[in-house]
Design a protein. Structure first.
Lengths: 673, 131
């Protein structure tokens, strides 16, 4: 069963809570390892978390989890009470982490609809053996874990999922005035209704026992609430078969709002001693300030806002309005524009998720990797509160994991090597996130040995990635070869970060979310890998330009400046490439009409406009007819019947109904430079 | 073992009766008021119930209120916690509030309909009933 499938609220809550607890637990354990040794508070905290998990999983009848959590609880109870002076902290961490991993996998599988328990005996035994060893080494009198004081509750999940798409209905039935025996007729309806509906509740309720109910039905109608998987039409046709039916009010009501019979018919009074103590409802005291929303709905909302942005442009920039004196219209249009952009910002912000959980996961990666490689590595996290689009979170996790592993494996040296170089024995990896304009930067920095320029270049030649000579390439260009497929400078393959098949996957993943990746390195001091990701992919700020009858949009973030070239600004090199020099730096000039074969465009370099764009620190100039204006555009994929055009990221609809092609600056550069 | 089944829906009642009658003597009730009456009668006769299966959506007095009444009565009679009747709510309501209300009011277990018979029996075993 997939994620969006219906799950019982109790199960949902169990999964949600347990996942959170497990994350807390993992963090606590990893923090403790850093401080070498478990503090009294964290022993307490781990004990409490294990206790909670044990109880709640026992309640939900997930025996394997609860037994495992129980044995872990016992272990920490012992440590808390007996305070054994000497024990192997690292082994304890390993054991508790493997428990965490097991529970995590179990929770995942429960989430995917699995019901059977898998075997945890081995782990439980490992925990018990460790506990026995501890007990053996402590001379103190043994206290047994106290018997459970609070009684265990059980929740039995429904055997099969309730019928998907069950809806609640309310039907009010009026009989013809002279049909008589309304109560018996009403009962017959209820009886037959049971075939296609469940949870039937009706008013008046005492239809058989009380003959007077016939008059009530005659006067107020007969009200039935019920749940059914049938459509409203089917329900209507069912009621349509009723004899002497005068009128039927049938409507769908929100699910689970069917009141209990006693509440629906409040004419029934409870005996005094039963009503004295009303059932306390907890729901009032902690009002939910968060609700969970299906991501599909948010995606759809985003799409609709995108359409709205286009529609707004089509109205306010309608060519038919051109030249008309419409001052009030423009006022109203400005108001509309303001509201649309506010709406867009809010919709975008609902999709924003903090990077913190993703970043915290990296603690574990660093721990496992450094342990496997016998290195000492410390992870520093900066700016974890930075928020990015949910889609980006999903795509960023794997690449980050890879980069971090790589840093531990290839970047950080062994403690001995580091001390020889006068560095602290423990290496340091900094994982940083920050907002920069409409982009998010994620930076992975290590203080290891840095990239080996000569070695990378040699590998690049060997693998035929380049044939340029060393002096032709900048450091950054050389370092960027590590992101190409099939590249590894590590002579020996390690099990951890492998043979470098990963780095190009990292690049691909980052590119998929519209980001770019850069690497910089200083030998002996470390490597910095920066990932730049746009905040959102759906709507971008773009400059629309005109070439002949075609329109193109360049992302505003890429544009550095635009100017009209004067005679003498553009020079031609020996191979016929056009160049221009801006503030002493030489940039190639590309004529868009030439590249995309557009007729009727301005060909005179001094009559059109030249736009300088920059990407990944490399700049070039685009020659076009004129600038049309800056606006927010909604990125649409190119239709599938157009085969992949190099240098284009998609298209968008302009206010005047024209289609504009969105330039993918990075792809454009790779394709035509 | 003495078992009380409270369920207003005929089909569910028959189903529960079929399962439970294998383990003890079952009494059947159809609303919350009858539950309380049956509970009191059983006490008067000196054979209190060991297990009570309560539906929540029942006419007249709903299951949670009936449960509340049972627990209050047990407190009045100074029944020890271990000797209390075991109560399993069996209902189609499965929202969090209902489940927690039930637990707070004092039921031992909560089974969502349709009932998973194997797990129900497992829980009865866990509750120390002879199954």
């Amino acid at each position: 069963m997939s994620d969006d499938a219906y799950r019982e609220p109790m199960l949902e809550m169990f999964i949600f809570e347990s996942v959170q607890l497990i994350e807390q637990l993992e963090e606590e354990v990893l923090n403790n390892e850093k401080e070498t040794g478990f503090s009294v508070e964290s022993i307490n905290k781990i004990f409490r978390i294990m206790h909670t998990i044990k109880s709640s999983s026992a309640m939900m009848l997930f025996k394997n989890i609860s037994t495992l959590a129980h044995s872990a609880e016992d272990l920490f109870f012992f440590i808390r009470e007996e305070k054994p002076a000497e024990f192997n902290h690292s082994r304890l961490t390993d054991i508790i982490l493997s428990c965490i991993d097991y529970i995590k996998t179990e929770l995942d599988e429960i989430q995917n609809g699995k019901r059977e328990d898998s075997d945890a005996t081995e782990l439980i035994n490992a925990v018990r053996v460790f506990l026995e060893e501890l007990k053996g080494s402590t001379q103190a009198p043994k206290k047994e874990a106290p018997k459970q004081t609070e009684p265990q509750k059980f929740y039995i999940a429904a055997e099969k999922q309730p019928i998907a798409g069950a809806k609640s209905y309310q039907a009010i039935i009026f009989f013809e005035a002279d049909c008589e025996m309304e109560n018996v007729r009403a009962f017959t309806i209820v009886h037959h209704l049971q075939e296609l509906a469940s949870d039937i509740v009706y008013v008046p309720e005492d239809i058989i026992a009380n003959a007077e109910s016939a008059q009530v039905i005659q006067r107020d109608g007969f009200t039935i609430h019920f749940n059914s998987a049938s459509s409203i039409e089917e329900i209507r046709s069912f009621f349509g078969q009723t004899a002497f039916l005068a009128r039927l009010d049938l409507q769908e009501i929100p699910l689970a709002q069917i009141p209990a019979q006693a509440e629906l018919a409040d004419n029934v009074k409870m005996p005094e001693h039963l009503t004295k103590k009303p059932v306390k409802s907890e729901s009032g005291s902690h009002l939910a300030s968060f609700i969970s929303v299906n991501v599909d709905k948010l995606d759809k909302l985003m799409d609709i806002v995108g359409e709205l942005v286009i529609a707004e442009a089509m109205v306010t920039q309608n060519p038919e309005l051109e030249g008309l004196p419409l001052s009030n219209y423009h006022k109203a249009a400005r108001q509309l524009k303001k509201i649309t952009s506010e709406l867009q910002n809010i919709v975008m912000s609902t999709r924003m998720v903090s990077l913190a959980p993703t970043f915290r996961k990296m603690n574990r990666i660093v721990r496992d990797a450094s342990k496997a490689l016998a290195k000492e590595v410390e992870l520093e996290i900066v700016g974890e509160e930075t928020e990015v689009d949910k889609n980006i979170i999903e795509n960023i996790s794997d690449p980050l994991m890879h980069l971090i592993r790589n840093s531990v494996d290839h970047g950080i040296e062994s403690p001995a090597e580091r001390q020889d170089q006068g560095k602290p024995a423990a290496g340091k990896i900094t994982l940083e996130a920050k907002n920069a304009g409409r982009e998010v930067w994620i930076i992975v920095k290590d203080d290891g040995k840095g990239l080996d320029r000569a070695k990378i270049l040699k590998k690049a030649w060997e693998n035929g990635l380049t044939n340029k000579q060393e002096h032709e390439l900048t450091d950054k260009e050389i370092y960027s070869y590590i992101f190409l497929p099939g590249f590894s400078t590590k002579d020996q393959v390690t099990e951890l970060s492998g043979r470098g098949v990963g780095m190009d996957v990292v690049t691909k993943n980052i590119e998929k979310i519209g980001g770019s990746i850069q690497v910089d390195s200083t030998p002996g001091e470390g490597t910095v890998i920066s990932i730049r990701i746009p905040l959102t992919l759906a709507i971008i700020d773009g400059m629309t330009i005109k070439v002949g009858h075609s329109r193109y949009t360049i992302p505003t973030t890429a544009i550095r400046e635009s100017f009209r070239a004067k005679p003498g600004d553009v020079i031609i090199d020996t191979e016929g490439n056009e160049m221009t020099i801006i503030r002493g730096v030489c940039y190639p000039v590309l004529r868009l009409y030439d590249i995309y074969k557009i007729n009727q465009a301005i060909t005179d370099m001094y009559a059109g406009i030249t736009i300088m764009v920059e990407n990944n620190g490399k700049g070039f100039c685009i020659f076009a007819d004129e600038l049309l204006g800056q606006q927010q555009v909604v990125v649409k994929a190119l239709p599938s019947y157009i085969k992949k055009v190099r240098g284009l990221a998609g298209c968008t609809l302009l206010g005047d109904g024209n289609i504009s092609l969105i330039l993918d600056v990075d792809g454009f550069m790779n394709a035509y430079l | 073992m003495r078992i009380l089944i409270a369920e207003d829906d005929l089909a569910s009642r028959k189903y529960l009766y079929k399962i439970m009658s294998a383990y003890g003597e079952c009494d059947l009730t159809v609303n919350g008021l009858e539950v309380v009456e049956a509970f009191l009668t059983a006490w008067d006769l000196g054979h209190p119930y060991d297990l009570i299966c309560l539906d929540i959506m029942m006419p007249r007095v709903d299951g949670i209120k009936a449960l509340q009444a049972i627990r209050d009565l047990e407190r009045q009679k100074k029944v020890k916690d271990e000797a209390r009747a075991k109560v399993i709510m069996i209902t189609a309501l499965n929202d969090k509030e209902t489940v927690f209300n039930s637990f707070e009011t004092g039921c031992e277990a909560f089974a969502a309909k349709p009932v998973d018979t194997a797990k129900l029996l497992e829980v009865m075993r866990e509750l120390g009933l002879k199954v």
